[in-house]
Write a protein that binds this ligand. Structure first.
Ligand SMILES: *[C@@H]1O[C@H](CO)[C@@H](O)[C@H](O)[C@H]1NC(C)=O
Ligand SMILES: *[C@@H]1O[C@H](CO)[C@@H](O)[C@H](O)[C@H]1NC(C)=O
Ligand SMILES: *[C@@H]1O[C@H](CO)[C@@H](O)[C@H](O)[C@H]1NC(C)=O
Length: 402
């Protein structure tokens, strides 16, 4: 055997060992290795291009995702319609099946770090079709303006304006929707938006129709503490690492570079706002099994002008974990999905604790072998068995509860 063959075999053996050792916590470890490698490479290239002033970080992804956009094409079961409301794209998926009864409805806010693509992206579109078909429900996917061009609260306002328009008896009648069977759903940053929107909506007399349930898929619920156990464990996590999370938070708030360091060091809350920390205190809000091995230490406080400069840092509209108990106690039946290997895990788990303490009924699905993105990894080459199972579980639950 030649030296080359020996080298090749050794390299393969090392790679196999590496994949086995690094991805043994996941199903389909080879596929996970591929997904992780593709994601890391794209982030590396996006960062390098940005440094060389070729294209911006998010712009790079926009180019990459152009081939992943879908047109609103109806099929034998579903009519798909694109419209705009207040100049914002909204895609409707309406089941063709005729029935005497009014239909259920789901309003979906997509994730993607408030930046990637829009609701026409193939994995959102595919998920929407499956869900509308299998639930026999009208599925409504409103978009919102994106970072880095548009900062908070543009997105929140876009989405809330849509809800104000949509949750009116006349609009629902037009689509044959039962006003008592509406769910609001989101994933990742979209779930964070949904959470905050629903908190506002439940107490808003201008919107007479309230959702029956909320579905939050690995929601992003706060930026007050960037040193939670799940942030520590997933600093280099799959799909979403700490650098990327900090970049999203920064771009959400501002174009000012300086904020990044404070966010990363978790030194962005001045002592004057110490009273808010109880809402994200993982020492009191996380069950023991998530605290394992982590020590709670008091943080270093930030400079006192930081909130004046970036008020979004403590705004409940992008930190729905900061809402008070009376706001939470009004919330509807809740489905929360969290994943063990997800930087945002503890946001979701802490929200489960706060909701339950305020008498809200919560169905908490925690996935030991899950990671950020596990719910919608349905399009080749990012397709995984776990995603099909998680979507199945949700649809079964929705069939029973919506
Ligand atoms: C339409 O519905 C039928 C019956 O449920 C199903 O077998 C078929 O696969 C669906 N078609 C599409 C394109 O999803
Ligand atoms: C968080 O909770 C722990 C344990 O109850 C407590 O010792 C700590 O002072 C709390 N921290 C803040 C900032 O409220
Ligand atoms: C809770 O928050 C809501 C919304 O910000 C506010 O209107 C309300 O007064 C607060 N309630 C209490 C008891 O602090």
């Amino acid at each position: 055997m030649g030296t080359k063959a020996v080298c090749l075999m050794t390299a393969c053996a090392l790679l196999a060992w590496y994949i086995h050792a690094s991805f043994s916590d996941f199903e389909q470890p080879w596929k996970m290795f591929l997904i992780h490698s593709l994601t890391k490479t794209s982030m590396f290239v996006a960062t390098a291009f940005e440094k060389m002033n070729i294209v911006g970080f998010w712009e790079f992804y926009d180019i990459l995702l152009q081939g992943q956009m879908t047109a609103p094409i109806s099929n034998e079961n579903i009519t798909v319609i694109d419209t705009t409301v207040n100049d914002i794209l909204v895609r409707y998926y309406v089941p063709k099946k005729k029935s005497q009864e009014l239909k259920k409805a789901l309003i979906y806010f997509h994730g993607g770090g408030i930046s990637l693509g829009n609701i026409a992206l193939i994995h959102y579109d595919t998920f929407a079709r499956w869900t509308a078909d299998r639930l026999d429900a009208v599925f409504i996917a409103p978009d919102y303006r994106k970072i880095p061009e548009h900062h908070h609260p543009t997105q929140w306002n876009d989405a809330y304006e849509f809800l104000k328009f949509f949750l009116q008896p006349e609009t629902l009648a037009k689509y044959g929707i039962d006003p008592t069977r509406i769910g609001i759903l989101g994933d990742s940053t979209g779930a964070g938006m949904a959470t905050a929107l629903i908190q506002q909506l439940m107490g808003d007399p201008e919107i007479p129709i309230k959702p029956k349930i909320q579905i939050l898929i690995y929601p992003a619920l706060q930026m007050v503490d960037t040193d939670l156990p799940s942030y520590r464990e997933n600093e280099y996590g799959i799909m979403l690492n700490k650098d990327l999370a900090i970049r999203i938070i920064r771009d959400f708030l501002t174009s000012d570079e300086s904020l990044k360091q404070d966010l990363k060091a978790n030194q962005h809350i001045p002592i004057e706002y110490k009273h808010l920390l109880k809402f994200v205190n993982w020492s009191t809000l996380l069950p023991e099994r998530f605290k394992k091995g982590h020590v709670y230490t008091n943080r270093i406080y930030g400079s006192s002008d930081i909130i004046e400069k970036f008020p979004g840092i403590i705004d409940p509209k992008i930190n729905p974990l900061l809402a008070n108990d009376s706001t939470l106690s009004l919330l509807p039946l809740t489905y929360i999905l969290t994943c063990q290997h997800d930087l945002l895990r503890d946001d979701g788990v802490m929200y489960v604790s706060r909701l339950r303490r305020n008498g809200v009924q919560v169905f908490h699905e925690h996935v030991e072998k899950g990671f950020h993105g596990a719910f919608l990894s349905i399009i080749w080459p990012y397709n995984l068995d776990i995603s099909l199972r998680l979507i199945d579980n949700l649809i079964i639950w929705l069939n029973e509860n919506l």
